[in-house]
Design a protein around this ligand. Structure first.
Ligand SMILES: [Zn+2]
Length: 383
């Protein structure tokens, strides 16, 4: 007897989303069309914003506007993907919704031709967008060459695509997929022999693991920084708008992009390895932004990319039906002894070794990582 005849209905499956970003190689015509689309999106956004603003100033309210309403006066808007323009409307409405949220009074800003990101988003409707054999078929643009360096897993459904151009002049497509999320239960994570890893954020190397190892995050940014500073100086000496200036500007943008990619690569590999090896991973729920503000870590925290690393870990575990556990930010991971549980009143930042009256003498970060692991295990078993 199957479920249907018994009359059981399964709860609707949870959907999770994941984006894949691939490099695009448009031909001349496609490049032109992309630029026209970026421009039309910016135009519609600014136009709607101006009209809404005028309405708001006059009546204290805003009315819903649609891109279709502008196509009469500006027929060239019809030349680009209409769904891209529809998404502009959604973005603008979201910006207004944020504006009306209590406590947030940031009025939506106009998009500038030079400062704003060059991108547009379009949606999959009736299979109008497909990814096949190194080709991405897009509305209006047709098939564009794409370098798909990663396989899309079985059962993933394409929902939308964002086409963008980086300041270096390279094009990318970010493809958003939906897939059925697993039940939020870790196979065996509540077993006593489940493999749980605790991770503590560390300034040196980015992270310390409860198994005693340490990430060796190379700090690409810092290594490359001197070079970047030199290039930037050279750029400031060039005459703005000159040929040399443009050339130098592109070069600097390329270097930035390369460093960003190297960092991402490293973080992907590390998080993949850990997510494959452990049943559950526990990290501290720290607010990286607040931390970098209050401790003036600034660049190093950003460079360490710990936040990005956590995000990658979370979805890589989730994909395998494993657990990503956040340990409360007031949990005294650093001040507590991982052997006897005694909590110190004070622990100076320069005390690199944790010493306890019970005889424990352990690297400060490792002690914290072990505490985070144990707390993570406690949370999992209690759940
Ligand atoms: Zn102790």
């Amino acid at each position: 007897m199957n479920n249907r005849t018994e009359g059981h209905s399964k709860p609707p499956a949870l959907k999770a989303q994941r984006a894949y970003r691939f490099r695009l190689y448009p031909d001349r015509e496609q490049e032109k069309l992309f630029h026209r689309t970026f421009g039309c999106c910016r135009f519609v956004y600014n136009r709607m914003l101006a009209d809404k603003k005028a309405m708001y100033e006059e009546t204290g309210k805003t009315k819903r506007l649609t891109p279709a309403g502008y196509k009469k006066d500006f027929p060239w808007l019809k030349e680009v993907d209409s769904l891209a323009l529809a998404n502009v409307q959604l973005h603008l409405e979201a910006a207004f919704a944020r504006f009306f949220e209590p406590g947030k009074n940031r009025y939506p800003r106009f998009k500038s031709k030079h400062r704003s990101r060059k991108s547009y988003t379009t949606n999959v409707v009736n299979g109008n967008i497909t990814l096949e054999d190194g080709r991405l078929r897009l509305p209006k643009a047709g098939t564009v060459r794409i370098r798909q360096h990663r396989r899309i897993p079985e059962g993933y459904v394409l929902k939308s695509v964002t086409v963008s151009m980086e300041p270096s002049g390279k094009y990318y497509a970010s493809l958003l997929y939906e897939y059925p999320a697993r039940e939020n239960q870790t196979p065996g994570a509540d077993r006593e022999d489940a493999k749980v890893l605790g991770i503590d954020f560390a300034m040196r190397g980015m992270a310390v693991f409860s198994d005693g190892s340490r990430a060796e995050y190379p700090g690409y940014y810092r290594l490359a920084q001197e070079r970047l500073a030199r290039d930037q100086r050279r750029l400031s000496k060039c005459k703005k708008g000159s040929r040399n200036y443009e050339k130098q500007k592109r070069w600097v943008a390329l270097r930035h992009e390369k460093i960003r990619n190297q960092r991402k690569d490293y973080l992907h590999k590390l998080s993949r390895d850990l997510a494959d090896r452990y049943d559950a991973i526990a990290v501290e729920d720290i607010d990286m932004q607040a931390m970098s503000r209050s401790l003036h870590f600034g660049k190093s925290v950003a460079d360490n990319s710990f936040g990005a690393f956590r995000t990658m870990l979370a979805y890589k575990l989730e994909e395998q039906g494993k657990s990503f556990v956040k340990v409360g930010r007031f949990f005294p991971s650093s001040k507590m002894c991982s052997r006897c549980g005694n909590v110190k009143k004070e622990l100076r930042l320069d005390e690199r070794v944790y010493r306890c009256s019970c005889g424990l003498c352990m690297d400060r970060d490792l002690n914290a990582a072990v505490n985070i692991r144990d707390e993570g295990r406690r949370i999992l078993e209690g759940a």
